[in-house]
Design a protein around this ligand. Structure first.
Ligand code: ATP
Ligand code: MG
Length: 308
């Protein structure tokens, strides 16, 4: 697999310092097995990064090592070119720069009301009370949880709790947002709303890392995809590069995005020109088919005129 790992497939040219530079990161929950077995990764300012990999591949463990919830056994983390140590000052810096929405909201939620929960993070950042209030209300509005503001988070449904956990992190205004399987508990409308939230955060220049098992989401959303297996990165590249790589898909329990399969099929049936770019979203697919229909109507019209 090393040839896949070493293939530099980034779709943007970067000559500045990465926002996060991770080298040789190792972590074991017990002596017999490493959950992380030497992770090397650069994360660039403003990118949309998807992390894929089978259950147990190490994605959540990796995230928990990034903001010091778990302490790495080996390796280094640089934030904006500055090497982070395990002292309190650096851990605080990591935690205020990297906001993680946990896979399981029950591991994150601590306050007795939703409003208290969402304001908890900014309150601990020692920012003025009025600013905390503004951030809290804005984050609740973004995640459409204002109607739950005075309720106890632990008595919400799992999708509602997940939205509270996401609002928690939005209110903290971190540089890097990490979402660990954010859509897993969400209904389709809430997933779509979340994708809108991710787009807005990205438009505001934030760096976003999302782990997901939803290959269709990763295909349409990510600038770059990282694939984990057994505590290692086995591949990284653009969505097209990753999902064209059968070896990687098989190794990581992944499958092709539906739109890729459908478009390839239409191409081989001669219904779409081979030269067309594969659309990555349903909207792009609809746009492409409309353009092709308009083009074929124009050609037919021209043909009729010429033969008349
Ligand atoms: N608290 C824990 N104690 C012991 N082992 C753990 C613990 N959490 C995770 N592991 C083990 O560490 C490995 C990596 O788990 P991790 O949760 O990071 O995987 P993941 O890629 O996030 O999987 P999933 O897609 O299921 O969320 C697995 O083998 C898992 O069994
Ligand atoms: Mg996980």
């Amino acid at each position: 697999m090393s040839d896949l790992k070493n293939k530099n497939t980034m779709n943007k040219k970067h000559d500045e310092t990465p926002l996060l530079r991770i080298r040789g990161l190792k972590y074991a929950y017990s002596n017999d097995k490493h959950a992380l077995n030497g992770i090397d990764l650069d994360i660039w300012n403003g990118e949309k990064l998807a992390i894929l990999g089978a259950n147990g591949a190490g994605k959540s463990t990796f995230f928990l090592n990034l903001n010091g919830v778990l302490k790495a056994d080996a390796g280094s983390i640089e934030l904006d070119g500055v090497k982070m140590s395990q002292n309190k000052k650096d851990l605080n810096r990591l935690r205020s720069s990297i906001g993680i929405v946990f896979q399981d909201p029950d591991n994150q939620i601590i306050a007795s009301t939703v409003r208290g929960e969402v304001s908890f993070g900014p309150m601990n950042q020692e920012i003025p009370v009025e600013e905390v209030r503004i951030r809290t209300e804005a984050a609740m509005k973004r995640m459409d949880i204002e109607q739950f503001a005075d309720r106890a988070p632990h008595y919400l449904s799992s999708g509602e709790k997940k939205r509270v956990a996401i609002a928690d992190i939005i209110a903290m205004h971190p540089e890097i947002f990490i979402f660990d399987e954010p859509t897993a508990a969400l209904d389709p409308a809430s997933s779509q709303m979340l994708e809108g939230v991710l787009d807005r955060l990205s438009d505001e220049g934030r760096t976003i890392v999302v782990s997901t098992h939803d290959v269709n989401f990763a295909y349409r959303w990510a600038d770059r995809i990282i694939v984990f297996k057994d505590g290692k990165i086995i591949a990284q590249g653009t969505p097209d590069e990753i999902f064209r790589n059968r070896e990687v898909l098989e190794a990581a329990n992944l499958h092709e995005p539906t739109l890729m399969t459908v478009t390839d099929h239409l191409k081989s049936a001669g219904l779409i020109p081979e030269s067309s770019d594969n659309p990555r979203s349903v909207e792009a697919f609809v746009r492409m088919t409309k353009e092709l229909t308009a083009l074929s109507e124009k050609t037919t019209d021209t043909g009729v005129e010429q033969s008349a």
